[in-house]
Design a protein around this ligand. Structure first.
Ligand code: ATP
Ligand code: MG
Length: 215
């Protein structure tokens, strides 16, 4: 873990963003920076997943590559950090609740934790392990994402478990129709990905021959 991450601070507000980041792209960076500014967060910790069970339908790129691309993409933002907590877990994948408990224990009760997701991911929350506890220890911020209606979110979650809506804020951000899937498909088709992800990530992908055979 980086030295910066080791600084424990009184009353800080910290954003956590989990993802496969296969690869990280400008959609991630734009939403996270917007959340940071609007919620006045002191820092944001990007947490690349190990091998997540819900993506078992395709081969997720090695964690080390995804971690390094996330580091490259965030290197020029002093508020952005990357954690290895999930990729270093011996069992290969972890639940968000374990990661949040880890950061809560690490930073202590005086620190306020925010978990940042896109509108698609937040929709799944009632299926997450111990989601009620999760919502009691951190506040969720759901960013709008093209193709996912926030009315549906309010409908789905609002009906299933209305009490958790109090711990979810919705943030409208300028639409970013970028996904890692799109990037993988473009690389596989030999199309450029310039301006969809930072140049350093683009170069890392080329240098390591990633996604050439992505489906
Ligand atoms: P994939 O296409 O492989 O699913 P992805 O682009 O959805 O990749 P993830 O790593 O799955 O990226 O997403 C991490 C988090 O970032 C999720 O909470 C997701 O909803 C959010 N996110 C990703 N891209 C966007 C976007 N363009 N707008 C809003 N949220 C996004
Ligand atoms: Mg996704």
């Amino acid at each position: 873990m980086s030295m910066q991450l080791l600084q424990q601070g009184e009353g800080q507000a910290i954003g956590i963003v989990g993802g496969t980041f296969d690869p990280i792209h400008l959609g991630h960076l734009v939403i996270v920076e917007e959340v940071r500014i609007q919620y006045n967060l002191d820092k944001i910790i990007f947490v690349p997943t190990g091998y997540p069970p819900h993506k078992a339908d395709r081969d997720v790129t090695e964690p080390e590559h995804r971690y390094l691309m996330t580091v490259l993409a965030t290197i020029n933002n002093p508020h952005f950090l990357v954690s290895r907590v999930e990729i270093d877990r011996p069992q290969g994948f972890s639940f968000t609740i374990d990661t949040i408990r880890y950061f809560k224990d690490y930073y202590g009760p005086q620190v306020k934790l925010f978990f940042i997701t896109g509108a698609d991911a937040i929709m799944e929350i009632p299926t997450w392990k111990d989601y009620r506890e999760l919502l009691s220890i951190c506040h969720f911020i759901a960013a709008t994402r093209p193709g996912y209606s926030l009315h549906k979110l309010k409908d789905t979650i609002g009906k299933a478990c209305p009490e958790i809506m109090d711990n979810i804020s919705v943030l409208e951000i300028p639409a970013m129709q970028i996904s890692s899937t799109l990037i993988r498909q473009r690389v596989a088709a030999g199309k450029p990905i310039k301006y969809l992800t930072p140049d350093s990530v683009n170069e890392y992908i080329l240098k390591n021959g990633l996604y050439r055979n992505a489906k």
